[in-house]
Design a protein around this ligand. Structure first.
Ligand code: FAD
Length: 399
């Protein structure tokens, strides 16, 4: 029976492992971290991501996990509402939904463990890859074990070691922001519980929402052109200064409870080549995604469907290595146009905010004329969202 080794149990690796195991294939999934409770990595699923889970037969499982549909989006400019949009923003579509990622990953692994030929190795990173006669033949774990494979899948995220060891280059795209992530257990200040708030205040931008597990999550954009040393800042005071009164009061009252921020450095890019003989890279390993408008998990799930469509029939027939290798570039060819388009759309969204952030005169003008132009700004935002929510191409799981 063909043996697949998947490196990394993020959304890409965990769902691909489950799909392959469900279809009778031998899969070993290797995850470096001991727990799924790692640094926050986002939990918003767009309708395209929810549809992907639907194709995978996982929506019933989702219902058992901590999750909450968003009620809407609200954009505030220096404390004043610019516009508000209710979810779902398109007719007959699902609302964007927050899903606890640790709970989702744990549930996916638990499900995969029901299959006889699934092996789960947790807490042991892959340290190297194993080549033999011009083809990747497996991986080496930090504890020295060697896992041989007919196909290795690198799903080890944006800093992918597998990608680096395979000599696949990542073309990084300039993004210009990193995020500081704050958590506060008490989210009772939110005027509407499940609304995602985007705040632009003077030269600062932040996003705010209640997570699927109930805490208040606050993302502060750190701009490359801002020389301030974020480690020296009195954050409760700084956050409050950039907030409308309902949030400022809450932050000041809970200043002691605001956890130290976590720096989430944003990597955005695309690999020109996603495979070499014996290896395929997918998800953030092949195309690290910006957090803008919550796309990465959704794109990862769509990569997995396309990969499964191509790989399952071959692996089930024990196809020879040349036949498996020949299909790998087709997976990239099918996925790459959507990834390029979505990354461009994310950049456009970022650029919209940048215009306001960098231009005090424009901010002032928009603020003064909001009663007149709010409807126009709202419609322009709505017009840009369709592909970011539904994806660019039609994808179905055929296997
Ligand atoms: C701040 C921030 C917020 C985000 N918010 C959202 C959001 O709301 N919605 C959304 O759709 N996307 C969001 N994203 C993007 C999203 O998190 C990623 O695109 C997505 O997680 C990619 O999934 P993945 O499985 O490919 O990689 P990852 O989720 O990065 O998973 C890779 C896994 O591989 C493991 N690993 C790494 N190296 C090794 C090794 N050597 N051996 C074994 N295992 C290894 C890691 O521990 C990890 O578990 C956000 C990103 C950022 C930075």
């Amino acid at each position: 029976m063909a043996q697949v080794v998947i490196v990394g149990a993020g959304p890409t690796g965990a769902t691909l492992a489950l799909l392959l195991a469900q279809r009778g294939l031998a899969v070993t999934l290797v995850e470096a971290s001991r727990s799924f409770r790692r640094t926050f990595r986002g939990e918003a699923l767009m309708p395209s991501g929810l549809a992907a889970l639907g194709h995978m037969g996982l929506l019933a499982m989702l219902e058992t996990l901590p999750h909450q549909p968003l009620a809407g989006w609200e954009y505030l400019l220096e404390g004043k509402r610019m516009f508000q949009v209710a979810e779902p923003i398109e007719a007959n579509a699902q609302p964007c939904t927050l899903v606890s990622q640790p709970a989702l990953l744990a549930a996916l692994i638990e499900k995969a463990q029901q299959y006889q030929h699934f092996e789960w190795i947790q807490g042991t990173p892959v340290q190297d890859v194993v080549h033999h006669q011009g083809r990747m033949r497996g991986v080496q774990l930090r504890d020295g074990r060697i896992l041989t494979a007919d196909l290795v899948v690198g799903a080890d995220g944006r800093n992918s070691l597998v990608r680096q060891r395979a000599g696949l280059t990542l073309e990084r795209r300039s993004h210009g922001i990193d995020l500081l992530w704050f958590k506060l257990a008490d989210s009772s200040c939110l005027p509407s519980e499940n609304v995602f708030y985007a705040l632009i205040h003077k030269g600062q931008t932040m996003g705010l929402f209640r997570s699927a597990e109930g805490s208040l999550q606050l993302a502060w954009a750190l701009y490359a052109d801002d020389p301030t040393d974020w480690k020296q800042i009195d954050w409760p005071q700084q956050l409050a200064a950039a907030s409308p009164p309902w949030l400022a009061q809450h932050l000041q009252a809970h200043a002691q409870d605001i956890e130290e921020p976590i720096l989430l450095s944003v990597v955005v890019g695309l690999c020109p080549q996603w495979s070499i003989p014996g290896l395929l890279i997918l998800g953030d390993a092949a195309h690290p995604m910006s957090p803008i408008r919550a796309q990465g998990i959704n794109m990862a799930l769509r990569d997995v469907m396309v990969a499964a469509n191509h790989l399952v029939p071959l692996l089930q027939q024990d196809a020879n290595p040349e036949t498996i290798d020949a299909v790998l570039p087709q997976i990239q060819a099918e996925r790459e146009p959507e990834i390029i388009c979505i990354q461009q759309l994310q950049n456009q969204e970022l650029a919209q905010g940048e215009r306001l952030r960098q231009n005090p005169f424009l901010r002032q003008m928009v603020k003064l004329t909001l009663p007149l132009i709010s409807g126009f700004i709202r419609q322009s935002w709505l017009n840009r969202q369709h592909q970011l929510r539904q994806g660019v191409t039609q994808i179905h799981l055929h296997v």
